[in-house]
Design a protein around this ligand. Structure first.
Ligand code: NAD
Length: 373
């Protein structure tokens, strides 16, 4: 079994889909491994590191030649896969709802596209889940970036020259990124509050020592919601939420928004009018900026100033922590493929539950239920 990893070509992508650690582990399973020259550079991994782990480090076309499996952070252009085995597996993120053309091209080329963001939220797949591993780092980075932009301190400081009061930080959306954002802001000494539409997050917020802020008048999503995810909320809920946010946000210094709904644009949580009520110098970090944004006026990779408030967000937050993000992403890929690896035959056979969830294309067709209709 030949596995190939190419240099990521998407703008701003600094991660890589294999590290020397996972190269060694795949070789331990009996695979041979090819890495494109310079693939690890932006994640602080040299070609020499890959060679020492047992990989062949080659120019792109030679690296991909004869590959049975290609690994990527973002799915490579089909053009770059010329020379891979017919029907080769390509495991990467595909952004399948927004990039349907790419999915079609993979189908036409006959590859088996495996979308890592479609990994089911089940216990045994936790170690394979790139959304979780990358969101966790994103939540951390969002707070650090906001703290850096904020002209005041996070912790309360009692000094001979007087007291500096603690920053007030509000986290909106308490999934994996939100939980890490709460924990990070707490570690930095902020007073933290948080909200979500899922009732199950109330306890999680409190267990991190933060204050839950919830819409009480209209019912949200009881428990975890389908597959753990949120759905679009009713108009009545959205109105009640806007009122709650308006009264709370005026007293906040830092707001981190993380709300996403799979397959849809991110819900709008903060309006320009609400931003106008915040103290000058406050910072809003919109982690959903690349999915349409939770915050009115947010622009990816820019710091926008509105009413004296800074609004920011990155198009690719984990790429700002490339060595750690690559290490976790690569382990997710290894955990995924090794779970279905037959050492004797040297083949990978996915089971129904996980295979049907992640497989986008096979045998020349788009086969994923979530992409049909
Ligand atoms: P996500 O990135 O899809 O969304 C972030 C958060 O935003 C979610 O908590 C969501 O409820 C919230 N949200 C959506 N609309 C909102 C709105 N209008 N206002 C406020 N908040 C809103 O979430 P995620 O990090 O992928 O986590 C989703 C769930 O999946 C969680 O319950 C998490 O614990 C669970 N999970 C399970 C596994 C597993 O079992 N393998 C792995 C990861 C996550």
């Amino acid at each position: 079994m030949r596995i190939a990893v190419l240099k990521e070509r998407a703008a701003g992508e600094t991660r890589v889909a294999a590290t020397p650690e996972t190269v060694k582990k795949f070789i331990g399973l009996g695979a041979s491994f090819a890495v494109e020259e310079g693939a690890g550079e932006t994640s602080a991994i040299t070609d020499e590191d890959y060679r020492a782990a047992g990989a062949d480090v080659l120019p792109m076309a030679q690296a991909v030649a004869g590959a049975d499996i290609v690994l990527g952070v973002q799915a490579p252009d089909v053009m770059t896969l010329t020379g891979a085995k017919p029907g080769a597996m390509v495991a990467a993120t595909f952004d399948p709802f927004r990039d349907k053309d790419r999915v079609d091209l993979y189908a036409k080329a006959g590859f088996e596209a495996l979308a890592m963001e479609f990994m089911p939220r089940i216990t045994r797949a936790q170690s394979m889940d790139v959304l979780s591993s990358q969101s966790n780092l994103s939540g951390y980075k969002a707070v650090l970036a906001a703290a850096n932009q904020y002209g005041r301190a996070f912790p309360m400081m009692m000094t001979a020259a007087g007291t500096v009061s603690a920053a007030k930080c509000f986290v909106m959306g308490v999934g994996v990124a939100g939980l890490q954002a709460i924990a990070t802001a707490k570690r930095l000494g902020a007073q933290v509050s948080a909200t979500d539409v899922r009732s199950a997050t109330r306890e999680q917020i409190m267990s991190l020592g933060a204050k839950p802020v919830f819409v009480e008048s209209v019912e949200g999503i009881e428990g975890e919601g389908s597959g753990g995810y949120a759905t679009e909320m009713s108009e009545e809920y959205q109105k009640a939420q806007a009122e709650l946010v308006s009264s709370h946000i005026a007293k906040q210094d830092i707001v981190i928004t993380t709300a996403l709904i799979p397959g849809r644009a991110a819900p709008r949580l903060i309006s320009d009018a609400q931003i106008a009520t915040m103290r000058k110098g406050s910072v809003i970090f919109d982690l959903a900026v690349a999915q349409g944004g939770n915050v009115e006026g947010s622009v990816a990779d820019e710091v926008v100033e509105r009413h004296g408030v800074f609004i920011m967000g990155y198009s690719n937050t984990p790429a700002h922590l490339a060595p750690d993000a690559s290490a976790l992403f690569s382990r997710n890929l290894f955990n995924f493929l090794s779970a279905f690896w037959d050492k004797e035959t040297g083949t990978v056979t996915l089971d129904e539950e996980i295979g049907d969830a992640v497989r986008l294309t096979k045998g020349g067709a788009v086969v994923n239920e979530r992409l049909k209709g």
